[in-house]
Design a protein around this ligand. Sequence first.
Ligand SMILES: NC(=O)c1ccc[n+]([C@@H]2O[C@H](COP(=O)([O-])OP(=O)(O)OC[C@H]3O[C@@H](n4cnc5c(N)ncnc54)[C@H](O)[C@@H]3O)[C@@H](O)[C@H]2O)c1
Length: 407
Amino acid sequence: MTPTSLGVAVIGAGMAGKAHAAGYRSASAVFGDTLPPIRLVSIADAYEPLATDVARRFGYDRYDTSWQAIAAADDIDVVSVVVANALHREIVEALLAAGKHVLCEKPLAGTIQDARAMVDAAASSEALGRIGLTYLRSPGIAFLGDLVRSGRLGKLINFDGAYWADYASDPNGPISWRFTGAPGTGALADVGSHLSYIAELFGGPIASVRGGTLHTAFTTRPKPLGRVIGHEHGAVSDERAAVENDDVAGFFAEFAGGGTGSLQVSRVAAGHANTLKFEVFCERGSASFDFRNPGQVQVSLLDHDRTGGEHDIAGTRTVTLGPAHPYWSGGLAMDAPGVGIGQNEGFVFQARAFLEEVAGVPESLSLPRNADFAEGLHNMLLLDAAAQSAAAGGSRITLPAAAPVPA
Ligand SMILES: NC(=O)c1ccc[n+]([C@@H]2O[C@H](COP(=O)([O-])OP(=O)(O)OC[C@H]3O[C@@H](n4cnc5c(N)ncnc54)[C@H](O)[C@@H]3O)[C@@H](O)[C@H]2O)c1
Protein backbone atom coordinates (compact mmCIF):
# COMPACT_ATOMS: atom_id res chain seq x y z
CA MET A 1 0.00 0.00 0.00
CA THR A 2 1.39 3.44 -0.92
CA PRO A 3 2.06 5.50 2.22
CA THR A 4 0.19 8.82 2.40
CA SER A 5 3.49 10.59 3.08
CA LEU A 6 7.07 9.79 4.07
CA GLY A 7 8.99 11.56 6.84
CA VAL A 8 12.74 11.88 6.29
CA ALA A 9 15.68 12.44 8.64
CA VAL A 10 19.44 12.59 8.17
CA ILE A 11 21.82 11.58 10.96
CA GLY A 12 25.15 13.38 10.57
CA ALA A 13 25.20 16.89 9.13
CA GLY A 14 28.83 16.94 8.04
CA MET A 15 30.27 16.88 4.54
CA ALA A 16 28.19 14.03 3.12
CA GLY A 17 25.23 14.57 5.48
CA LYS A 18 24.50 17.89 3.80
CA ALA A 19 24.53 16.13 0.44
CA HIS A 20 21.91 13.66 1.73
CA ALA A 21 19.85 16.52 3.19
CA ALA A 22 19.91 18.30 -0.17
CA GLY A 23 19.29 15.03 -2.01
CA TYR A 24 15.99 14.37 -0.22
CA ARG A 25 15.01 17.98 -0.72
CA SER A 26 15.33 17.67 -4.50
CA ALA A 27 14.32 14.03 -4.89
CA SER A 28 10.61 14.59 -5.32
CA ALA A 29 11.15 17.47 -7.75
CA VAL A 30 12.67 15.26 -10.43
CA PHE A 31 11.53 12.25 -12.50
CA GLY A 32 7.78 12.94 -12.23
CA ASP A 33 5.23 12.68 -9.47
CA THR A 34 5.12 9.01 -8.48
CA LEU A 35 6.18 9.72 -4.89
CA PRO A 36 3.83 10.51 -2.01
CA PRO A 37 4.47 13.85 -0.28
CA ILE A 38 7.94 13.88 1.31
CA ARG A 39 8.20 15.56 4.71
CA LEU A 40 11.68 16.85 5.56
CA VAL A 41 11.46 16.24 9.31
CA SER A 42 14.82 16.37 11.09
CA ILE A 43 18.58 16.76 10.83
CA ALA A 44 20.43 15.13 13.72
CA ASP A 45 24.00 15.89 14.63
CA ALA A 46 25.82 15.57 17.94
CA TYR A 47 27.17 19.10 17.33
CA GLU A 48 24.13 21.27 17.94
CA PRO A 49 25.18 24.42 16.02
CA LEU A 50 25.69 22.31 12.90
CA ALA A 51 22.39 20.44 13.31
CA THR A 52 20.50 23.73 13.74
CA ASP A 53 22.21 25.40 10.83
CA VAL A 54 21.76 22.53 8.37
CA ALA A 55 18.12 21.94 9.36
CA ARG A 56 17.33 25.61 8.82
CA ARG A 57 19.24 26.05 5.57
CA PHE A 58 17.99 22.85 3.95
CA GLY A 59 14.40 23.41 5.05
CA TYR A 60 13.90 20.59 7.59
CA ASP A 61 11.20 21.08 10.24
CA ARG A 62 13.47 20.52 13.25
CA TYR A 63 16.87 19.41 14.43
CA ASP A 64 17.95 16.81 16.95
CA THR A 65 21.24 16.25 18.74
CA SER A 66 21.02 12.48 19.12
CA TRP A 67 20.29 9.61 16.78
CA GLN A 68 18.18 8.07 19.55
CA ALA A 69 15.66 10.89 19.09
CA ILE A 70 15.34 9.95 15.43
CA ALA A 71 14.86 6.26 16.25
CA ALA A 72 12.12 7.17 18.73
CA ALA A 73 10.27 9.65 16.51
CA ASP A 74 6.85 8.56 15.23
CA ASP A 75 6.84 10.98 12.32
CA ILE A 76 10.03 9.63 10.66
CA ASP A 77 10.00 6.72 8.20
CA VAL A 78 13.23 7.08 6.23
CA VAL A 79 16.70 7.83 7.63
CA SER A 80 20.13 8.38 6.10
CA VAL A 81 23.06 7.44 8.34
CA VAL A 82 25.98 9.72 7.46
CA VAL A 83 28.43 9.59 10.36
CA ALA A 84 31.89 8.08 10.88
CA ASN A 85 32.06 4.48 9.63
CA ALA A 86 32.69 2.99 13.09
CA LEU A 87 29.37 4.46 14.31
CA HIS A 88 27.20 2.99 11.54
CA ARG A 89 26.41 -0.35 13.16
CA GLU A 90 24.94 0.79 16.48
CA ILE A 91 22.81 3.47 14.83
CA VAL A 92 21.63 1.34 11.92
CA GLU A 93 20.69 -1.62 14.15
CA ALA A 94 18.64 0.63 16.42
CA LEU A 95 16.90 2.32 13.50
CA LEU A 96 16.00 -0.98 11.84
CA ALA A 97 14.71 -2.32 15.15
CA ALA A 98 12.52 0.79 15.38
CA GLY A 99 11.12 0.05 11.90
CA LYS A 100 12.90 2.89 10.07
CA HIS A 101 14.08 2.38 6.50
CA VAL A 102 17.82 3.06 6.44
CA LEU A 103 20.10 4.38 3.72
CA CYS A 104 23.64 3.97 5.09
CA GLU A 105 26.77 5.60 3.73
CA LYS A 106 29.75 3.62 2.46
CA PRO A 107 31.73 1.75 3.61
CA LEU A 108 28.99 -0.20 5.36
CA ALA A 109 30.82 -0.33 8.72
CA GLY A 110 34.11 0.13 10.50
CA THR A 111 34.84 -3.61 10.67
CA ILE A 112 33.80 -6.77 8.82
CA GLN A 113 32.25 -8.08 12.03
CA ASP A 114 30.02 -5.01 12.28
CA ALA A 115 29.11 -5.25 8.58
CA ARG A 116 28.04 -8.90 9.00
CA ALA A 117 25.89 -7.95 12.00
CA MET A 118 24.25 -5.21 9.92
CA VAL A 119 23.43 -7.68 7.13
CA ASP A 120 21.77 -9.91 9.74
CA ALA A 121 19.91 -6.97 11.27
CA ALA A 122 18.53 -5.96 7.87
CA ALA A 123 17.56 -9.53 7.06
CA SER A 124 15.52 -9.83 10.24
CA SER A 125 13.83 -6.44 9.86
CA GLU A 126 10.79 -5.60 7.76
CA ALA A 127 12.37 -2.24 7.07
CA LEU A 128 14.81 -1.70 4.20
CA GLY A 129 18.58 -1.51 4.72
CA ARG A 130 20.34 0.02 1.72
CA ILE A 131 23.76 1.45 0.95
CA GLY A 132 24.18 4.44 -1.35
CA LEU A 133 26.92 3.66 -3.84
CA THR A 134 26.69 7.21 -5.09
CA TYR A 135 29.02 7.16 -8.07
CA LEU A 136 27.03 4.44 -9.84
CA ARG A 137 24.47 7.24 -10.35
CA SER A 138 26.91 9.40 -12.27
CA PRO A 139 25.45 9.50 -15.81
CA GLY A 140 28.82 8.93 -17.51
CA ILE A 141 29.69 5.92 -15.33
CA ALA A 142 26.19 4.46 -15.66
CA PHE A 143 26.28 4.95 -19.44
CA LEU A 144 29.65 3.22 -19.82
CA GLY A 145 28.41 0.41 -17.58
CA ASP A 146 25.43 0.00 -19.92
CA LEU A 147 27.78 -0.09 -22.94
CA VAL A 148 29.65 -3.02 -21.40
CA ARG A 149 26.61 -4.87 -20.06
CA SER A 150 24.72 -4.56 -23.35
CA GLY A 151 27.70 -6.01 -25.24
CA ARG A 152 28.36 -2.89 -27.33
CA LEU A 153 31.83 -2.55 -25.81
CA GLY A 154 32.14 -6.27 -25.25
CA LYS A 155 33.48 -8.12 -22.28
CA LEU A 156 35.98 -6.39 -19.98
CA ILE A 157 39.62 -7.30 -20.47
CA ASN A 158 41.21 -4.76 -18.19
CA PHE A 159 40.05 -2.04 -15.77
CA ASP A 160 42.62 0.63 -14.93
CA GLY A 161 41.36 3.03 -12.28
CA ALA A 162 42.53 5.54 -9.73
CA TYR A 163 40.91 7.72 -7.11
CA TRP A 164 43.30 10.50 -6.19
CA ALA A 165 42.35 12.91 -3.42
CA ASP A 166 44.52 15.44 -1.63
CA TYR A 167 42.48 16.13 1.49
CA ALA A 168 45.26 14.73 3.69
CA SER A 169 48.23 16.07 1.76
CA ASP A 170 48.98 18.73 4.40
CA PRO A 171 50.83 16.87 7.20
CA ASN A 172 49.65 19.59 9.59
CA GLY A 173 45.98 19.05 8.79
CA PRO A 174 44.06 17.85 11.88
CA ILE A 175 43.60 14.22 12.84
CA SER A 176 39.98 13.01 12.58
CA TRP A 177 38.01 9.73 12.57
CA ARG A 178 39.29 9.10 9.02
CA PHE A 179 42.82 8.50 10.33
CA THR A 180 41.97 5.85 12.96
CA GLY A 181 41.32 2.15 12.50
CA ALA A 182 43.07 -0.96 11.25
CA PRO A 183 45.28 -0.89 8.12
CA GLY A 184 42.96 -0.65 5.12
CA THR A 185 40.46 1.67 6.81
CA GLY A 186 42.21 4.77 5.46
CA ALA A 187 42.31 5.76 1.79
CA LEU A 188 41.46 2.18 0.81
CA ALA A 189 38.11 2.23 2.64
CA ASP A 190 37.37 5.90 2.12
CA VAL A 191 37.90 6.33 -1.62
CA GLY A 192 38.88 2.76 -2.57
CA SER A 193 35.35 1.66 -1.67
CA HIS A 194 34.03 3.88 -4.48
CA LEU A 195 36.60 2.79 -7.05
CA SER A 196 36.14 -0.92 -6.34
CA TYR A 197 32.38 -1.05 -6.79
CA ILE A 198 32.83 0.89 -10.02
CA ALA A 199 35.38 -1.73 -11.17
CA GLU A 200 32.78 -4.44 -10.49
CA LEU A 201 30.18 -2.55 -12.53
CA PHE A 202 32.38 -3.28 -15.55
CA GLY A 203 33.98 -6.61 -14.73
CA GLY A 204 31.45 -8.31 -12.44
CA PRO A 205 32.48 -9.67 -9.08
CA ILE A 206 36.17 -9.70 -8.18
CA ALA A 207 37.25 -13.18 -7.10
CA SER A 208 40.80 -12.53 -5.89
CA VAL A 209 43.31 -9.77 -5.40
CA ARG A 210 47.08 -9.57 -5.36
CA GLY A 211 49.81 -6.96 -5.17
CA GLY A 212 48.15 -5.20 -2.26
CA THR A 213 50.06 -2.18 -0.95
CA LEU A 214 49.29 0.17 1.91
CA HIS A 215 51.44 3.16 2.73
CA THR A 216 51.20 5.84 5.40
CA ALA A 217 52.97 8.97 4.23
CA PHE A 218 52.39 11.07 7.37
CA THR A 219 52.48 9.02 10.56
CA THR A 220 51.31 11.75 12.96
CA ARG A 221 48.92 14.67 12.70
CA PRO A 222 48.08 17.51 15.10
CA LYS A 223 45.06 17.24 17.36
CA PRO A 224 42.32 19.71 16.41
CA LEU A 225 41.35 22.51 18.78
CA GLY A 226 37.72 22.38 17.61
CA ARG A 227 35.43 20.18 15.52
CA VAL A 228 36.69 18.69 12.27
CA ILE A 229 33.92 18.51 9.68
CA GLY A 230 34.69 16.65 6.46
CA HIS A 231 38.12 17.62 5.18
CA GLU A 232 38.15 21.08 6.75
CA HIS A 233 41.33 22.41 8.36
CA GLY A 234 40.66 24.31 11.59
CA ALA A 235 43.03 25.46 14.32
CA VAL A 236 45.27 22.69 15.69
CA SER A 237 47.19 22.06 18.90
CA ASP A 238 50.94 21.44 19.32
CA GLU A 239 50.14 17.89 20.38
CA ARG A 240 50.15 15.23 17.69
CA ALA A 241 48.38 11.86 17.45
CA ALA A 242 49.35 8.75 15.49
CA VAL A 243 47.83 8.11 12.06
CA GLU A 244 46.77 4.47 12.22
CA ASN A 245 45.78 3.71 8.65
CA ASP A 246 46.79 4.10 5.03
CA ASP A 247 47.29 7.31 3.02
CA VAL A 248 48.00 5.43 -0.23
CA ALA A 249 46.76 1.99 -1.29
CA GLY A 250 46.53 -0.20 -4.36
CA PHE A 251 45.92 -3.71 -5.60
CA PHE A 252 45.41 -5.80 -8.69
CA ALA A 253 42.04 -7.47 -9.14
CA GLU A 254 41.09 -10.71 -10.86
CA PHE A 255 37.45 -10.82 -11.91
CA ALA A 256 35.52 -14.09 -11.52
CA GLY A 257 34.39 -13.86 -15.13
CA GLY A 258 37.91 -13.24 -16.47
CA GLY A 259 39.57 -9.90 -16.89
CA THR A 260 41.94 -8.07 -14.65
CA GLY A 261 42.17 -4.71 -12.99
CA SER A 262 44.51 -2.24 -11.37
CA LEU A 263 43.12 0.01 -8.63
CA GLN A 264 45.18 2.79 -7.01
CA VAL A 265 43.96 5.29 -4.44
CA SER A 266 45.40 8.09 -2.37
CA ARG A 267 44.34 10.83 0.01
CA VAL A 268 47.71 12.59 -0.27
CA ALA A 269 47.77 13.10 -4.05
CA ALA A 270 48.88 16.72 -4.29
CA GLY A 271 47.00 18.63 -6.93
CA HIS A 272 44.09 16.19 -7.15
CA ALA A 273 41.24 17.47 -5.01
CA ASN A 274 38.86 14.72 -6.11
CA THR A 275 40.04 12.88 -9.22
CA LEU A 276 38.22 9.62 -9.89
CA LYS A 277 39.31 8.33 -13.29
CA PHE A 278 39.37 5.05 -15.10
CA GLU A 279 39.80 3.42 -18.49
CA VAL A 280 38.16 0.15 -19.48
CA PHE A 281 39.60 -2.01 -22.24
CA CYS A 282 37.05 -4.43 -23.63
CA GLU A 283 36.79 -6.95 -26.45
CA ARG A 284 35.04 -4.52 -28.83
CA GLY A 285 36.57 -1.22 -27.76
CA SER A 286 37.57 0.94 -24.85
CA ALA A 287 36.21 3.87 -22.86
CA SER A 288 37.39 6.32 -20.25
CA PHE A 289 35.92 8.64 -17.65
CA ASP A 290 37.39 11.36 -15.46
CA PHE A 291 35.32 12.95 -12.71
CA ARG A 292 36.99 16.30 -13.34
CA ASN A 293 34.86 16.41 -16.47
CA PRO A 294 31.76 14.37 -15.55
CA GLY A 295 29.63 15.63 -18.43
CA GLN A 296 31.71 13.84 -21.07
CA VAL A 297 33.04 10.32 -21.70
CA GLN A 298 35.51 9.03 -24.28
CA VAL A 299 34.61 5.93 -26.29
CA SER A 300 36.56 4.03 -28.91
CA LEU A 301 34.88 1.19 -30.82
CA LEU A 302 36.97 -1.30 -32.78
CA ASP A 303 36.14 -1.99 -36.41
CA HIS A 304 38.19 -5.17 -36.90
CA ASP A 305 36.60 -6.24 -40.15
CA ARG A 306 36.43 -2.70 -41.50
CA THR A 307 32.72 -2.99 -42.28
CA GLY A 308 31.75 0.19 -40.51
CA GLY A 309 32.50 2.28 -43.55
CA GLU A 310 34.28 4.92 -41.55
CA HIS A 311 37.37 3.08 -40.46
CA ASP A 312 39.53 5.79 -41.95
CA ILE A 313 38.25 8.17 -39.27
CA ALA A 314 37.97 5.56 -36.53
CA GLY A 315 39.38 6.63 -33.19
CA THR A 316 38.44 7.82 -29.77
CA ARG A 317 35.40 10.05 -29.74
CA THR A 318 34.23 12.39 -26.99
CA VAL A 319 30.56 11.96 -26.13
CA THR A 320 28.90 14.93 -24.45
CA LEU A 321 26.25 13.56 -22.12
CA GLY A 322 22.64 14.61 -22.42
CA PRO A 323 19.04 13.33 -22.42
CA ALA A 324 20.03 10.16 -24.34
CA HIS A 325 22.02 9.01 -21.30
CA PRO A 326 21.05 7.63 -17.88
CA TYR A 327 19.63 9.95 -15.22
CA TRP A 328 19.70 13.07 -17.41
CA SER A 329 16.21 13.24 -18.88
CA GLY A 330 13.82 14.25 -16.11
CA GLY A 331 16.59 14.13 -13.53
CA LEU A 332 17.82 17.70 -13.79
CA ALA A 333 15.90 20.92 -13.35
CA MET A 334 17.16 21.82 -16.83
CA ASP A 335 17.75 18.52 -18.58
CA ALA A 336 19.25 19.80 -21.83
CA PRO A 337 22.42 18.32 -23.33
CA GLY A 338 25.67 19.55 -21.86
CA VAL A 339 24.15 21.60 -19.02
CA GLY A 340 26.64 20.16 -16.57
CA ILE A 341 26.36 17.55 -13.88
CA GLY A 342 28.38 16.63 -10.81
CA GLN A 343 28.64 14.62 -7.64
CA ASN A 344 25.75 16.32 -5.87
CA GLU A 345 23.20 15.05 -8.39
CA GLY A 346 24.19 11.49 -7.49
CA PHE A 347 22.84 12.08 -3.98
CA VAL A 348 19.54 13.30 -5.44
CA PHE A 349 19.24 10.20 -7.63
CA GLN A 350 20.05 7.77 -4.81
CA ALA A 351 17.60 9.53 -2.47
CA ARG A 352 14.95 9.37 -5.18
CA ALA A 353 15.59 5.65 -5.75
CA PHE A 354 15.39 4.97 -2.00
CA LEU A 355 12.14 6.90 -1.54
CA GLU A 356 10.64 5.13 -4.57
CA GLU A 357 11.51 1.73 -3.11
CA VAL A 358 10.12 2.63 0.33
CA ALA A 359 6.97 4.04 -1.27
CA GLY A 360 6.44 0.82 -3.24
CA VAL A 361 6.82 2.41 -6.68
CA PRO A 362 7.28 -0.59 -9.03
CA GLU A 363 10.85 -1.19 -10.16
CA SER A 364 9.81 -0.73 -13.78
CA LEU A 365 8.84 2.89 -13.01
CA SER A 366 11.77 3.60 -10.68
CA LEU A 367 15.42 4.45 -10.87
CA PRO A 368 17.68 1.40 -10.33
CA ARG A 369 17.36 0.31 -6.71
CA ASN A 370 20.08 1.05 -4.18
CA ALA A 371 22.36 -1.82 -3.21
CA ASP A 372 21.52 -3.91 -0.17
CA PHE A 373 23.76 -4.47 2.85
CA ALA A 374 25.02 -7.78 1.42
CA GLU A 375 26.65 -5.77 -1.37
CA GLY A 376 28.10 -3.40 1.20
CA LEU A 377 29.59 -6.41 3.01
CA HIS A 378 30.95 -7.78 -0.26
CA ASN A 379 32.70 -4.46 -0.90
CA MET A 380 34.26 -4.57 2.57
CA LEU A 381 35.41 -8.18 2.10
CA LEU A 382 37.04 -7.15 -1.16
CA LEU A 383 38.91 -4.26 0.44
CA ASP A 384 39.84 -6.47 3.39
CA ALA A 385 41.34 -8.96 0.94
CA ALA A 386 43.45 -6.12 -0.51
CA ALA A 387 44.63 -5.21 3.01
CA GLN A 388 45.43 -8.87 3.71
CA SER A 389 47.40 -9.03 0.48
CA ALA A 390 49.41 -5.98 1.58
CA ALA A 391 50.10 -7.57 4.96
CA ALA A 392 51.31 -10.72 3.18
CA GLY A 393 53.75 -8.85 0.94
CA GLY A 394 51.42 -8.71 -2.03
CA SER A 395 50.27 -12.36 -2.09
CA ARG A 396 47.14 -13.45 -3.90
CA ILE A 397 44.11 -13.51 -1.60
CA THR A 398 40.92 -15.21 -2.71
CA LEU A 399 37.71 -13.67 -1.46
CA PRO A 400 35.73 -15.94 0.85
CA ALA A 401 33.32 -18.13 -1.12
CA ALA A 402 30.55 -16.91 1.13
CA ALA A 403 31.18 -13.32 0.05
CA PRO A 404 27.90 -12.20 -1.49
CA VAL A 405 28.41 -10.73 -4.95
CA PRO A 406 26.66 -7.87 -6.66
CA ALA A 407 23.85 -8.90 -9.00
N1 LIG B 1 29.17 8.96 -0.93
C1 LIG B 1 30.12 9.88 -0.84
O1 LIG B 1 30.51 10.47 -1.85
C2 LIG B 1 30.69 10.23 0.52
C3 LIG B 1 31.47 11.38 0.66
C4 LIG B 1 31.98 11.68 1.92
C5 LIG B 1 31.70 10.86 3.00
N2 LIG B 1 30.96 9.74 2.82
C6 LIG B 1 30.65 8.86 3.96
O2 LIG B 1 29.73 9.56 4.80
C7 LIG B 1 29.99 9.27 6.18
C8 LIG B 1 30.28 10.57 6.92
O3 LIG B 1 31.40 11.22 6.34
P1 LIG B 1 31.56 12.81 6.42
O4 LIG B 1 32.73 13.17 5.61
O5 LIG B 1 30.26 13.46 6.13
O6 LIG B 1 31.90 12.97 7.98
P2 LIG B 1 32.00 14.30 8.83
O7 LIG B 1 33.03 14.07 9.85
O8 LIG B 1 32.10 15.50 7.92
O9 LIG B 1 30.55 14.40 9.51
C9 LIG B 1 30.12 13.47 10.46
C10 LIG B 1 29.12 14.19 11.37
O10 LIG B 1 28.62 13.21 12.28
C11 LIG B 1 28.38 13.89 13.51
N3 LIG B 1 28.28 12.90 14.59
C12 LIG B 1 29.29 12.24 15.21
N4 LIG B 1 28.78 11.41 16.14
C13 LIG B 1 27.43 11.51 16.05
C14 LIG B 1 26.35 10.92 16.74
N5 LIG B 1 26.57 9.99 17.71
N6 LIG B 1 25.08 11.28 16.43
C15 LIG B 1 24.85 12.21 15.47
N7 LIG B 1 25.86 12.83 14.78
C16 LIG B 1 27.12 12.47 15.07
C17 LIG B 1 29.57 14.82 13.65
O11 LIG B 1 29.30 15.89 14.57
C18 LIG B 1 29.75 15.29 12.21
O12 LIG B 1 29.08 16.52 11.96
C19 LIG B 1 31.16 8.28 6.18
O13 LIG B 1 30.64 6.98 6.24
C20 LIG B 1 31.84 8.53 4.85
O14 LIG B 1 32.55 7.42 4.37
C21 LIG B 1 30.44 9.42 1.60
